[in-house]
Design a protein around this ligand. Structure first.
Ligand code: GNR
Ligand code: NI
Length: 178
């Protein structure tokens, strides 16, 4: 098991499209284990392979209170959407930013499980939101893409400034402002 590094916006690698998994083998299972460990450690309710610089269509999810309902989706594909719902979202790749996003209230997803067997999952509420958020990652899309260009630009500036501060002040000390 190993913790993986999570990429942060505006890293261009978050924009790459993941490729379908062709065989569910031991190497992939190891990747999935590491992704679960990274997600629980963060902590987050979901993690897409794109976020840890792996270009395969794999996402791990656990929206349960007790963190005991791990789900792994391989080559996920939404085949049905129903209704509309707005939820406040966050993302491990866009730290400390939260914004409301409108998504389908209910989705039906086809995917492979860890045995490589096809499965169908019907989801609503937080699970449905999380599935849509993770599938977006696999297509190079981030939740902030749903915001107005003005809001997104403000967030980008705020994040770049925070990242710069973190780089020049690793100790956490703040230089006096001039
Ligand atoms: O941990 C996460 N919480 C969350 C909250 C609302 C909507 C989506 C999410 S997913 C996020 C983890 C993450 O970045 N997954 O890609
Ligand atoms: Ni995310």
């Amino acid at each position: 098991m190993a913790l993986l590094d999570i990429l942060h916006f505006p890293d261009p690698r978050l924009r790459r499209k993941a490729l379908p998994v062709e065989v569910v083998d031991d190497a992939l299972k190891k990747t999935v284990e590491d992704m679960f460990e990274t997600m629980y450690d963060a902590p987050g309710i979901g993690l897409a392979a794109t976020q840890v610089n792996i270009l395969q269509q794999v996402a791990v999810i656990d929206v349960s209170e007790d963190k005991n309902e791990p789900r792994c989706l391989i080559n996920p594909n939404i085949i049905e959407r129903e209704g509309e719902e707005e939820m406040r979202e966050g993302c491990l790749s866009v730290p400390e930013i939260f914004a409301h996003v409108k998504r389908a209230q209910k989705v039906t997803v086809e995917a492979l499980d860890l045995e490589g067997k096809p499965m169908t999952l019907e989801a609503e509420g937080l699970l449905a939101v999380c599935i849509q958020h993770e599938i977006d990652h696999l297509q190079g899309k981030l939740f902030i893409d749903y915001l107005s260009p003005l809001k997104r630009d403000r967030l980008k500036k705020k994040l770049l400034k925070a990242q710069k501060t973190a780089q020049t002040e690793p100790s956490g000390a703040r230089a006096p402002s001039l």
